[in-house]
Design a protein around this ligand. Structure first.
Ligand SMILES: NC(=O)c1ccc[n+]([C@@H]2O[C@H](COP(=O)([O-])OP(=O)(O)OC[C@H]3O[C@@H](n4cnc5c(N)ncnc54)[C@H](OP(=O)(O)O)[C@@H]3O)[C@@H](O)[C@H]2O)c1
Length: 388
């Protein structure tokens, strides 16, 4: 039996993770759940899965949660300390980090220090503090198992091969809903247009990131930290069918790919079962019924966010913190209808240009850079908003 803590249990990945628990009830049990604001959804999960501990973001939501979940006799808590308490509960073996944004950074570091296996769906934490997180995991001997489908695919393709055999990591990208849109039309793209992802059902923020290709940019940075490969050996290929989840090129010219259906239950189960493989709880891939597989290079002029992410990785240090924070601010403003789609990259570009890069040696330095970048990006977003 493997005991889970799920940070972000009410979200898209969190709910898929609970579906994996449902499919393997003799192998997985839920010890901890943490969510943001959806108290009712969390209460329903508490009643069903009976975790020992649960947390929400705000104290204000705790009375409603306690009332709704009273019969489940769960300890409930809130805020950053609540996330840490869930992630470090003594009975937890595996922490799935599936909360959105950067709130879970301290909880992930605390879980690593407590020796928990980390299944990482969240990419913002690694983009913001990849050096700190990977160093801590190495020092404690804790595995970081990628749940993001591309990195999960690469983990499967690498399969313990020595780094000197690997020449390139190739991350695939669906291209998002605007893959074929001309630049002029992108000026008028609405949040509704951007939220219509062609192949994946995901949370709102990551869906907008997929439309700008920032999602792939964050994934390039994530791949760098997870697999210790430099930016110039991580490539992105547009693959609209989302069947090949990513590839690894080896020095003898072989390319190893991982293929599968577009369902996050597959990489989540892999991270829970690793190094074992359990029976599939979802329909498997039928290539005779799939469309022809296409591949193309990304267009960095129409999708400058991907270029900005490579730039941030090459500069290093807190530039990646600035990129991530500015992106979160700009995506929020776009979703709220305050910023036009192409202004997302302008806010990020402007924030990066003004950023004074530091060595992200501590969580405090990382958090300070994050706060500075958010404030700067808010100012830029306000200026660009007036010009709409
Ligand atoms: N969805 C995918 O297919 C996918 C694939 C690869 C990677 N990812 C990554 O996985 C992460 C989650 O994505 P998602 O699509 O599942 O997002 P989502 O549907 O928006 O869910 C986000 C979850 O995080 C919780 N949350 C937000 N702020 C929190 C806080 N301060 N403390 C604790 N919990 C908090 C939310 O709680 P409430 O809803 O209760 O507020 C919700 O449970 C993101 O980093 C994303 O990039 C997602």
């Amino acid at each position: 039996m493997r005991n889970l803590a799920i940070l972000g249990s009410t979200g898209s990945i969190g709910r898929s993770a609970l579906a994996v628990v449902d499919a393997h009830p003799t192998r997985l049990s839920v010890v901890g759940l943490a969510a943001g604001r959806r108290a009712e959804d969390l209460a329903a999960q508490i009643v069903r899965y009976r975790p020992s501990i649960a947390a929400l973001t705000s104290d204000d939501d705790l009375p409603a949660l306690r009332e709704a979940a009273s019969k489940a006799a769960t300890i409930t808590t809130s805020g950053p300390d609540g996330l840490i308490a869930v992630a470090t509960h003594p009975d937890v073996d595996i922490v799935l980090c599936a909360s959105s944004g950067t709130a879970a950074l301290e909880a992930v570091l605390a879980a690593i220090a407590a020796g928990k296996r980390i299944a990482l769906a969240n990419k913002e934490v690694l983009v913001m503090a990849g050096a700190l997180v990977t160093k801590a995991a190495r020092a404690r001997g804790v595995p970081l198992l990628p749940v993001d489908s591309e990195h999960n695919a690469i983990h499967q393709c690498l399969h313990g091969r020595p780094p000197d055999q690997v020449t390139r990591l190739i991350l695939t990208a669906s291209g998002g809903p605007f893959r074929t849109w001309p630049a002029a039309k992108l000026e008028h793209a609405t949040p509704e247009d951007a939220l219509r992802h062609p192949t994946w059902q995901m949370g709102r923020k990551i869906t907008i990131d997929s439309a700008t290709l920032m999602n792939k940019g964050l994934e390039v940075i994530e791949a760098h930290w997870l697999f210790d490969v430099p930016a110039d050996r991580i490539e992105v290929l547009i693959h609209p069918q989302s069947i090949v989840h990513s590839m690894v090129e080896l020095k003898d010219g072989s390319t190893i790919a991982q293929l599968g259906v577009t369902d996050m239950r597959l990489p989540i189960q892999y991270a829970f079962s690793y190094p074992d493989r359990w029976d599939a709880a979802i329909p498997t891939l039928d290539l005779t019924r799939s469309a022809a597989l296409e591949f193309a290079s990304p267009d960095l002029d129409r999708f400058p966010c991907l270029r900005l992410a490579y730039q941030a990785l090459n500069v290093g240090g807190t530039m990646m913190v600035a990129l991530n924070a500015a992106n979160e601010v700009a995506v929020d403003a776009f979703l709220a209808g305050r910023l036009p789609f192409p202004a997302i990259s302008r806010v990020i570009d402007g924030t990066m240009a003004a950023h004074d890069v530091q060595d992200p040696a501590t969580v405090e330095i990382v958090r300070a850079a994050d706060q500075w970048a958010r404030e700067h990006a808010r100012t830029l977003a306000g200026e660009l908003e007036l010009k709409v």
